[in-house]
Design a protein around this ligand. Structure first.
Ligand SMILES: Cc1ncc(COP(=O)(O)O)c(C=O)c1O
Length: 370
């Protein structure tokens, strides 16, 4: 046999901690011998996609042998139309997650830095780490909001990207138009701010929520990320979009894989944008269930953080969130523990269907009694 040595991956790959997705229903049912389980762990829309999306997906199955349109022309045109921007200012990703990673790939080297806040969505940090770039982490305020003024102050000459999840996952907190404007005013020109608005459709119901697209259209230099995974109920199709200055969109277009949006997702995205009613119903249903959940937690003297998303961060301490998470899973309720976010005394619960939320509360009560 030939004596050979396999090449080693880049040193950073060995150190890299992969993302831990929420556990799937099938996994949990199998592991715990459960007939029924509910997943409130990944901020999905429990109503699922629009029926129009389901119809076009059925049709697209017949063309599965053909490569998709590499430019996603129809979808890109629909997205640009919705955003009110030219085609040259929007790009598409396999989830907004892919766009976060592409920003890293396009902009970061080992010499560069990103600025994020301490309990921000974790994928920004990962996008920097895989490029061997440094992460400047800024503490949040006591209200668990991004401290945008402190983030602006943390910028160094090496800082290229500054990520703001608005609202943030897992805290659910959001930043106002005035706060975001002040951040954009304070940032030096060598920093590209990225506003991740994965929960935009929920958050826009808050009067003072900062709409990144509106700021972009005022001529501000920033990137806005949106997704079809949350209020559109299409997480499984992996579809997100980004809007920004032409040069940034051009950079992302250069580094993206040639067929990053599959044909089914392209057709589904067009159909989804045409059904505003489905998104509105989803947001209304979620909001009413969120209010019920908040009330129920108040009645139990349980602390939670006001959320502009479709999820609630609930305080479990002095019990570790992980312990509560495990106890809930044994009862068939999957939530998220938040150790990796530096919030070990909390869990995050997605607002589900009325029956799912009732099941969560029942299981939560039982775990508190144990
Ligand atoms: C703040 C935030 N950004 C981005 C994403 C990624 O979403 P997707 O890749 O499904 O569009 C998520 C998913 O949970 C999120 O919470």
């Amino acid at each position: 046999m030939t004596d050979y040595k396999l090449p080693k991956p880049r040193p950073v790959v060995d150190k890299f901690e992969p993302y831990l997705p929420g556990r799937s229903l099938d996994q949990v049912k199998k592991e715990h011998g459960l007939k029924h389980a509910v997943k409130l762990a990944s901020n999905e829309n429990p109503l699922g996609p629009s029926p129009r999306v389901v119809a076009v997906l059925r049709k697209s199955a017949e063309c599965a042998h053909l490569y998709p349109d590499g430019f996603s022309t129809d979808l890109r045109t629909a997205v640009a139309g919705r955003a009110g921007l030219p085609l040259t200012r929007v790009t598409l990703g396999a989830g907004s997650d892919e766009l976060i990673e592409l920003l890293g790939r396009a902009y970061l080297t080992a010499k560069d830095r990103i600025v994020v806040s301490r309990h921000a969505f974790i994928r920004y940090r990962m996008a920097a780490e895989i490029m061997d770039a440094g992460v400047i982490e800024v503490p949040m305020g006591p209200d668990l909001k991004h401290d945008l003024a402190a983030m602006a102050r943390a910028v160094t000459p090496e800082t290229k990207l500054l990520f703001v999840a608005n609202p943030n996952n897992p805290t659910g907190t959001y930043n106002t138009t005035n706060e975001v404007r002040a951040l954009l005013d304070a940032l030096p020109g060598h920093v590209l701010p990225v506003l991740d608005e994965a929960y935009y459709e929920y958050a826009r119901t808050k009067r003072d929520y900062a709409d990144g697209l509106a700021l972009l259209k005022e001529g501000r230099r920033l990137v806005v990320l949106r997704t079809f995974s949350k209020a559109y109920g299409m997480a499984g199709l992996r579809l997100g979009w980004g809007a920004g200055p032409e040069d940034v969109v051009d950079a992302l277009e250069r580094v993206r894989p040639p067929f990053n949006i599959n044909a089914a997702a392209q057709a589904a995205g067009v159909a989804a944008l045409a059904d505003r009613g489905h998104v509105n119903r989803s947001v209304r249903g979620m909001t009413s269930e969120m209010r019920k959940l908040e009330k129920a937690l108040n009645a139990r003297d349980v602390e939670w953080t006001p959320s502009a998303g479709n999820f609630l961060m609930i305080k479990t301490s002095p019990r570790p969130g992980k312990e509560v998470f495990e106890a809930l899973i044994r009862k068939g309720v999957i939530v998220r523990s938040l150790d990796e976010y530096g919030l070990p005394g909390h869990i995050r619960v997605t607002v589900g269907l009325p029956s799912e939320n009732r099941l969560f509360l029942k299981a939560f009560d039982e775990t508190r009694g144990t």
